[in-house]
Design a protein around this ligand. Structure first.
Ligand code: CP3
Length: 365
């Protein structure tokens, strides 16, 4: 990637040998041969790192997402520390929703809390379309990061319509998603109007990140696993498809991830992903049977395993690398985000182990 005197990043240099588009992570997403299995961790930037907690001690979560210099520093922290194969932008799935005009906050220990939950057609109207100007801090942070990261790819991300709708309808985190499902079943028209609007916001948000230079995007549908496959196909798939297929010509790999999605893996792949994220409940060889032979899989170490003694971690890493060989491409990751109580040194050791084991495999031909 090249930067001119105005700081504009040109994507023409992307595919130079050794550049981000030629990195093990992007190659694995594209099902190309890799020198080693790439590894990064969902929520690698955050509360497991003392250097993150120090920054955040004096800055509220949403404010930290809106200050490009902090976004850049927090995004780089796990790359420096662990030597992961990709950085993920420090932000949150509710950032574009707040930019679209919804009054919300991220409450420590709770998560996103919405001042006036969305329950009626008039509420949906409160979600405005967003432009780059509404999220200029993200645009700026990505441009800085692409320069700082050099050959390490940067992953952009957004929340998928269902997971965003859940926070907006419930007003906060929910175990059952009861209000969300009540609206979905009770007023399908309103449900589809809400999700269509959220899909537009998400698509615009991801386009800003891609134009600023991210090398891949991940669409988080963290809570989609709450649905049956039939309901997922009827109420969610069309909207996630709007987002992912809307990026088909953008030239970056698209990752689609959810938790508890064993029954949905095939459908989530159909939404237009190049890579499907798998949680720890489904072995990667079984998952690839469900997703099909034309997609890379990402995952799937149980984040709780990182709290166990090292021999347990090592055995699990070996098992996952072996099962990942059934897929046409494998990006090593956790099955969900890093838990705050994780010892960061264990993450660093996992990166080294994944690299060591997968490079040795390549040496053996
Ligand atoms: O390193 C990274 O992965 C990038 C940062 C990132 C954050 N949120 C920062 C964050 C990413 C990718 C997200 C996505 C996100 N946010 C998701 C999808 C991924 C997933 O975990 O399923 C969801 C569902 C959210 C909503 C959200 N925001 C939750 C559930 C929480 C945790 C609440 C809590 O305190 O337990 C947040 C807050 C949040 N987002 C934190 C971070 C680092 C913690 C804030 C803090 O440091 O106090």
């Amino acid at each position: 990637m090249t930067t001119d005197t105005t700081g504009t990043v040109a994507r023409d240099g992307d595919s130079r040998p050794g550049g981000p588009a030629d990195s093990p992570f992007i190659r694995a997403c594209r099902r190309r041969p890799v020198p080693r299995t790439p590894v990064w961790f969902m929520r690698q930037a955050g509360r497991s790192l003392p250097e993150y907690r120090e920054i955040r001690a004096s800055v509220p979560m949403l404010e930290s997402c809106r200050r490009p210099e902090l976004v850049t520093e927090i995004t780089l922290q796990p790359v420096r520390r662990h030597g992961v194969d990709a950085a993920i932008l420090f932000s949150d799935i509710v950032v574009p929703v707040a930019a679209a005009g919804i009054d919300l906050d991220i409450v420590p220990g709770t998560g996103p809390v919405v001042a006036e939950p969305i329950r009626a057609a008039a509420d949906v109207e409160r979600i405005r379309p967003i432009t780059r100007d509404d999220v200029s801090y993200v645009d700026e942070a990505v441009r800085q990061l692409v320069v700082e990261l050099g050959d390490t790819p940067l992953i952009g991300f957004a929340g998928a319509p269902f997971t965003l709708a859940s926070y907006l309808v419930e007003g906060g985190p929910s175990r059952t998603h009861a209000k969300t499902k009540a609206l979905m079943y009770g007023d399908p028209e309103l449900w589809h109007a809400l999700c269509a609007r959220l899909a537009d916001v998400t698509l615009a948000f991801l386009r800003v990140q891609i134009e600023a230079g991210v090398s891949a995007v991940q669409l988080f549908d963290s809570w989609a696993g709450a649905l049956s496959e039939a309901d997922y196909r009827r109420f969610v798939l069309p909207h996630s498809t709007t987002v992912l297929s809307g990026l088909a010509s953008a030239g970056v790999p698209r990752i689609h991830f959810g938790v508890g999605t064993a029954e949905l893996l095939g459908a989530m792949g159909e939404a237009g992903a190049d890579v499907v994220g798998v949680d720890w409940r489904t072995p990667l060889d079984v998952a690839t049977g469900r997703i099909g032979p034309d997609k890379t899989v990402q995952g799937n170490l149980d984040p709780c395993v990182l709290l166990a003694p090292w021999p347990v971690v090592e055995a699990e890493v070996r098992r996952i690398l072996t099962q990942g060989r059934a897929a046409p491409g494998h990006v090593f990751n956790l099955g969900h985000g890093v838990l705050p109580e994780t010892d960061p040194d264990v993450l660093t050791r996992v990166v080294a182990l994944v690299h060591e084991l997968s490079s040795r495999r390549a040496d053996q031909g």
